[in-house]
Design a binder for this molecule. Structure first.
Ligand code: MN
Ligand code: MN
Length: 306
């Protein structure tokens, strides 16, 4: 079995059956190194719906993805065996059952010693059950969290689990070590200053857009810590400015450019990335695939850590 994409020089990129990066679609138990996988669930959104359709949309846009990284001078398909393993089972009308299925599915991927994955959500509520399965294998994790929002917010409508609470639960369930949490791209919006109490209490490194722009990107990336233990990256696409990612559930202006996100991703020093996700892409609010192409660019950078 060759873990290589369909050649764009043989079959034009608009043709063929859509998989992530035109890679082979294989079963959960095949002998790939890194699974690219969709998690089509958006029952945790508080505003615009639609992230359930993101895996399909991102697969389509990823037809333009290539394997060689110009600035890293490395080739993905020579490095590892990447494959599209399809979508994780979900239950569109039931969050608890969806969480159980997600945890079960990712536990199955991680049963093989060295297998890794990059997941495409879904809304940000999918990250919690994924972290539960990753932490079962690797213990307490370091976390790099790109987002406009803190995602440590309180319950809403008496519901504990929505897309703005995954990080609070991950800390409370001891899945991630708050001292090894790095948040990037934050800019609110906050109901009040109490919204900041959680990250302050646990001493998280919560960086804002001001922290990036104040002295410039170059000096910001020099301040970033090294990640030595098992590390997970979750990339909420709304960390990008709506000009660069209009297709998202809860857009916030004044965000990162796609290029800034690429540079930050390239500068991260991570010894052991054990999994990653890209979430909150809502295709019906996307225009000209801007958001989907940004998600593909983020996936591409993440794949080099695997
Ligand atoms: Mn989020
Ligand atoms: Mn967000």
């Amino acid at each position: 079995m060759k873990y290589e994409p369909l050649s764009g020089r043989e079959f034009p990129r608009y043709s063929g059956i859509k998989t992530f990066f035109r890679l082979p679609h294989v079963s959960l138990n095949a002998d790939y190194d890194v699974a690219l996988v969709g998690v089509p669930y958006d029952g945790g959104v508080s505003y615009r719906p639609g992230a359930r359709f993101a895996p399909t949309h991102v697969r389509q846009a990823s037809s333009l993805g290539r394997g060689y990284h110009w600035s890293r001078a490395e080739h993905l398909w020579e490095k590892r065996k990447f494959a599209d393993i399809g979508d994780c089972p979900t239950v569109p009308i039931h969050q608890e059952q969806t969480y159980a299925r997600i945890e079960n599915f990712f536990t199955s991927i991680l049963k093989s010693k060295n297998k890794k994955f990059i997941a495409v959500g879904g809304d940000h509520s999918i990250t919690l059950p994924i972290l539960r399965s990753v932490s079962k294998k690797y213990g307490v994790l370091s976390l790099i969290h790109f987002d406009a929002h803190l995602d440590t917010y309180p319950a809403a409508w008496d519901c504990e689990y929505h897309h703005g609470t995954f990080l609070r639960h991950a800390v409370e369930e001891n899945l991630v070590d708050p001292k090894n949490v790095l948040q990037i791209g934050l800019r609110g919006p906050l109901v009040g200053k109490d919204d900041l109490a959680f990250v302050k209490k646990y001493g998280m490194r919560s960086t804002t857009i001001d922290d990036i722009r104040k002295n410039g990107l170059e000096s910001f990336i020099k301040t970033l810590p090294k990640f030595t233990g098992p590390t997970y990256i979750t990339f909420d696409i709304d960390s990008l400015d709506p000009a660069f990612a209009p297709g998202t559930g809860t857009p916030v202006v004044g965000g990162l450019t796609t290029y800034e996100a690429q540079i930050i991703l390239r500068s991260l020093q991570i010894k052991n990335l054990v999994g990653a996700d890209v979430v909150e892409i809502s295709p019906s609010y996307d225009h000209a695939d801007i958001t989907a192409l940004a998600a593909v660019a983020v996936m591409f950078e993440l794949m080099f850590f695997c």
